[in-house]
Design a protein around this ligand. Structure first.
Ligand SMILES: [Fe+2]
Length: 310
């Protein structure tokens, strides 16, 4: 990817003016309501770096953020900027922007009656959900690496596989911290329901991060997630992405089985040990019961023999 790609018509022409001054008071109010609600719900649920990003970028200063101001502050932190687009951009353009450390966002905001659910991403999802994590230097590098990997995936015809990595990390990623499980994915942090469900519901599965497994796992776009992947650290995410040669991986996975979101592949060593111990105890009890039964059968036979012989 060359810097000059940004000047290709397909890429360049998708930016629009945010027209920040045209947001109405009602639209700014929707941002403020969502911001207050999510900031409260995410306490002890979102990763601390999410809150650091919110604070560093002053996303709670009131109303829909001005992308020009936000970009200046974000650029000073990690070299990223935010540009407005009118809707979905092409895959090539999306990856090109990421590889150039440009995050694209819709400018529209949901209506007051849509506070709880909106299928397409609005400015609250894009900015409140995604941008705080771009203030984390490691995560910022991961997003760029993802963009570069995305461009390569187009050459391999493997876009649908790499999209799963974005889905299960950038959108719906969980991370293990010393204080417990936390959310960092924008699809979680921008949603009141998913913020709670992803961390606390017994209906959802949560399995350890595995790049290969994620590339083979389908996802659902119109409901709460059935399964999540948990990283140990943002370094793990970045290093795995940087150190993987995706070409051979795509080829080796082409004929490998695919999985549903709630199929669980990996159990932790501790859980495996516990399962092994439970299995041993059950087998031991089974053997004892069999011995006891056969012993009682012998006693009974002896008893019968003795009494029948009389
Ligand atoms: Fe998103």
């Amino acid at each position: 990817m060359q810097a000059s790609d940004l000047y290709q018509p397909e890429v360049r022409d998708q930016f629009i003016d945010q027209a920040h001054s045209t947001y109405t008071a009602a639209e700014h109010r929707v941002w403020d309501i969502l911001f207050a609600r999510q900031s409260h719900i995410l306490r002890d649920r979102a990763h601390p770096d999410f809150f650091r990003g919110l604070a560093k970028l002053s996303l709670g200063r009131g109303g829909v953020p001005d992308f020009a101001v936000l970009s200046e502050e974000l650029y000073a932190l990690t070299g990223w900027e935010v540009r407005a687009v009118s809707g979905l951009v092409s895959d090539y353009a999306f990856f090109s922007y990421l590889s150039q450390r440009i995050f694209v966002s819709g400018r529209f905001i949901r209506r007051p009656e849509q506070l709880d659910y909106l299928q397409e991403p609005d400015v609250f999802h894009d900015i409140f959900g995604h941008v705080p994590m771009l203030a984390n230097p490691i995560f910022a590098d991961y997003m760029q690496a993802y963009g570069e990997g995305g461009l390569r995936s187009l050459e391999f015809g493997a876009l649908h596989k790499l999209a799963r990595l974005y889905w299960y990390t950038v959108e719906f990623g969980l991370i293990q911290t010393p204080e417990g499980l936390r959310a960092y994915g924008a699809g979680i942090t921008s949603s009141a329901k998913e913020s709670i469900y992803s961390l606390e519901s017994p209906d959802a599965t949560r399995q350890a991060f595995s790049l290969e497994r994620i590339l083979q796992t389908r996802y659902q776009i119109d409901s709460l997630q059935a399964g999540y992947f948990v990283i140990d650290s943002f370094e793990q995410l970045l290093n795995t992405t940087l150190n993987t040669d995706f070409g051979p991986l795509y080829r080796s996975l082409a004929s490998a089985p695919e999985f549903e979101p709630d199929d669980v592949a990996y159990l932790s060593g501790k859980i495996l040990l516990e399962l092994y111990q439970i299995r041993c105890i059950v087998r031991l009890r089974h053997v004892r019961r069999k011995k006891a039964n056969s012993f009682s059968r012998i006693i009974n036979r002896d008893w019968h023999d003795r009494h029948l012989s009389r």
